[in-house]
Design a protein. Structure first.
Ligand SMILES: Nc1ncnc2c1ncn2[C@@H]1O[C@H](COP(=O)(O)OP(=O)(O)OP(=O)(O)O)[C@@H](O)[C@H]1O
Ligand SMILES: [Mg+2]
Lengths: 250, 447
């Protein structure tokens, strides 16, 4: 599904990612952990096509296609979804309007007709219920005045409606209370399927208790310094990152 | 400053003076004479004047517009598409129509208007209808002086008609009043003077709309407004003049103690449009000034506001937004003056401009003049482009960049449309904004 090879990324003159290698196959769940400022969000932004990052070396292949030349909306329509660490507030654009615009853009991209108004409402209301949200959120401006947790939940609502192929969750768990974490995790689990993959960026084992990863990677100083199974996350929880620092230069 | 054209306007004046309303009234004769003298001496405003430095009116100096006189039943109105006229009239309002600067009773809809509320031609009121003449003598020229600027003098000398609205004490109007101004002739000048009085504890909503056929013409209108003690007036202005038209419109307000005045100013039309909104606040009165100007092509849209806090405890809120595309230019000059006496003033002024093209321009100039020491006054202005983070967020949600920009621009403008409380007007303004920034597949109640 996704193949990242020797990816080097700079912002301005500052190198941030320094040779990332990562392969995500269909149906897999990968967790990425790592200290603050190590480049996790940068990686997620580069995957979704945000401007301002320069790929100085390496390649990103998604479903056999070179991703780097694709504009962000085409990536999204092709099935890449980023749940933002800091979702953006869009005053004056209602949630439901964006959801419909997004869904229709995907459908058009795949040569499908626009969604029927009634079907759309039924779908949206079903997903709202799944995420235990109030329907009122649909008619509010996107993320405007939402609490931190509400924003995160709203990201997952969008994801649930768009049904992407590659879901990148950037610290979706931070800011969620214990009950909300469970609801969101259930929402994510309900989307699991053999042809859908997840990359979850997180600092905490707690999320991984609910959504069990197949692989755990540690990103430090712009490189993946260690990869392992779910047990690696437990080890990190116990020991922190310092024992891995020595491996950075290697 | 006095140019050939200025003097042509002045020379022509003698020929038309006798046909202007109220010539039998010595006080008005004097007022017009003084105004003419002022205009003759000063000509049209010059960019050398601080209040006119961003707006050059030489175009109306070069061209000679002529008043349409002797309105009885206007022949040209028959050539105006009845559907077009109807589309300009709001369903849920009492409406009066001013055609080329003249009140047209034939096209007005005033059925069901309570008897003690007066909405009439100012020319009729001047000649004594309902004995309003003494009231007019007291109020006309009191909210704005001919010394304010020479277009006020021009309007005072030349006005052919206008609307007089009187809402007596304690009356709460069930429906809004629409003053629909249309111009149907090329090179015409529509010089109207309106007077709106909302007496103690009364409440009213008035909508001024301006539209015209696709000609070059000049609208020079002045509305004086008096909101008496504890009364409330919401005034809307929807300016959709023809794209070749010149529009100069001023609204001058005096608010008594505890009076509330809200103004919503939508400037969409005209080649060159200038709007002045001035208000004076007495003790504990409140005003809210909202504005939205959308400029395209080579439009020049100028908005001037002046809020004069004269007495303590008054509140003023102001939000003007501009969206400028192509080579359009928007101007906002907002003055807030807080007199020495006006302690505990609470004032906030904002102007936000969105530039959609590299050649568009926004000039914004907030001015605070504060002579009291215990006040809360804030202001903020911005001139900028759409937020890149927001565009990327929408793109990451499958929306292409152009659509994303369109969604964000519409949302920016719609904030001001959303403030309209009258449904028919709201829908009409929304329609105009949607025509500029179409939103696909959206339901009206999602906006
Ligand atoms: N636009 C930018 N300009 C300069 N530096 C940047 C920019 N964007 C990111 N960085 C830097 O790149 C590094 C990686 O940032 P990034 O947000 O990817 O970290 P992160 O791993 O997601 O951290 P956290 O766990 O705190 O979310 C940081 O040092 C950050 O300051
Ligand atoms: Mg991050």
């Amino acid at each position: 599904m996704l193949k990242i090879e020797n990816l080097h990324v700079s912002v301005g003159d500052k190198p941030i990612l320094k040779g990332i290698n990562l392969q995500v196959k269909a149906g897999e769940i990968h967790a990425i952990m790592g200290p603050n400022g190590s480049g996790k969000s940068t990686l997620s932004h580069v995957l979704s096509g945000k401007a301002g990052y320069e790929i100085t070396q390496g390649s990103i292949t998604y479903q056999g296609k070179d991703l780097t030349e694709m504009p962000p909306e085409i990536r999204a329509r092709e099935g890449i979804f980023l749940a933002f660490q800091y979702p953006v507030e869009i005053p004056g654009v209602s949630n439901i309007y964006l959801l419909k615009a997004a869904l229709n853009a995907v459908r058009k991209h795949h040569g499908q007709p626009e969604v029927d108004a009634m079907d759309f409402l039924t779908l949206v209301k079903h997903k709202v219920k799944l995420l235990e949200m109030d329907e009122k959120f649909l008619y509010r401006a996107v993320n405007e005045g939402f609490s931190g947790g509400e924003k995160k939940r709203n990201e997952i609502l969008q994801m649930a409606i768009l049904e992407p192929k590659l879901c990148i969750l950037d610290e979706t768990d931070s800011g969620l209370d214990i009950d909300a974490l469970k609801v969101v995790a259930d929402g994510v689990n309900s989307l699991r399927s053999p042809d859908r993959s997840f990359v979850m960026i997180t600092h905490y084992q707690r999320l991984l208790d609910y959504i069990k990863p197949d692989f755990v990677h540690v990103l430090a100083h712009g490189q993946i310094v260690k990869s392992g199974g779910p047990e690696l996350a437990l080890e990190l929880e116990e020991k922190g990152y310092s024992w891995l620092e020595g491996q950075v230069a290697a | 400053m006095s140019t050939v054209t200025t003097s042509r306007y002045v020379t022509e004046y003698d020929a038309i003076a006798a046909k202007l309303p109220g010539q039998n009234l010595p006080w008005l004769q004097q007022l017009r004479k003084d105004a003419l003298a002022r205009f003759s001496a000063n000509g049209f405003p010059s960019p050398r004047e601080e209040e006119w430095r961003y707006t050059n009116v030489s175009a109306i100096e070069k061209k000679l517009f002529s008043p349409v006189l002797g309105f009885v039943s206007h022949p040209n109105l028959q050539t105006v598409d009845a559907d077009w006229l109807k589309s300009q009239q709001l369903e849920d309002a009492w409406s009066v129509v001013l055609v080329n600067g003249h009140f047209s009773i034939d096209h007005s809809k005033l059925d069901g208007l309570p008897e003690d509320i007066s909405i009439m031609s100012i020319a009729d009121a001047l000649v004594g209808a309902k004995n309003f003449s003494p009231l007019l003598e007291t109020y006309l020229g009191r909210a704005v002086n001919i010394a304010e600027h020479s277009l006020i003098a021009f309007n005072t000398a030349w006005f052919t008609d206008g609307v007089f609205v009187y809402v007596p004490a304690k009356q709460v109007l069930a429906k809004p009043i629409q003053l629909l101004n249309i111009v149907t002739e090329a090179d015409a000048m529509a010089t109207t003077r309106n007077l709106v009085i909302v007496a103690e504890n009364a409440e009213a909503q008035v909508i001024e709309t301006f539209a015209g056929l696709n000609d070059a013409y000049l609208t020079a209108t002045v509305t004086e407004v008096f909101v008496d003690q504890n009364a409330q007036l919401t005034l809307y202005k929807l300016q959709t003049e023809s794209e070749k038209a010149y529009h100069f419109g001023g609204t001058y307000v005096k608010q008594a103690k505890d009076a509330r005045f809200t103004h919503h100013n939508f400037a969409f039309g005209g080649l060159l449009a200038r709007c002045d909104i001035h208000t004076e606040l007495d003790q504990a009165s409140e005003c809210e000034l909202n504005g939205l100007y959308l400029g395209v092509k080579r439009q020049h849209l100028d908005n001037h506001t002046r809020i004069n806090h004269l007495k303590p405890h008054a509140i003023s809120r102001e939000m003007y937004k501009g969206v400028l595309d192509d080579r359009a230019r928007g101007v906002f000059q907002g003055r807030v003056i807080v007199a020495e006496d006006a302690q505990k003033t609470d004032s906030l002024m904002n102007n936000r401009n969105l530039l959609l093209s590299n050649e568009a321009e926004a000039d914004t100039k907030p001015q605070l003049e504060i002579y009291a020491d215990d006040v809360k006054c804030g202001h903020g202005v911005t001139v900028g482009q759409l937020d890149e983070k927001s565009i990327f967020y929408l793109q990451s949600r499958c929306v292409d960049e152009e659509t994303a920009r369109n969604m964000l621009t519409f949302a920016f403008a719609n904030e001001m449309v959303d403030k309209i409380k009258i449904k028919s007007l709201h829908d009409k303004v929304l329609e105009q904004v949607l025509a500029r920034f179409p939103q696909e597949g959206v339901e009206k109640d999602w906006l």
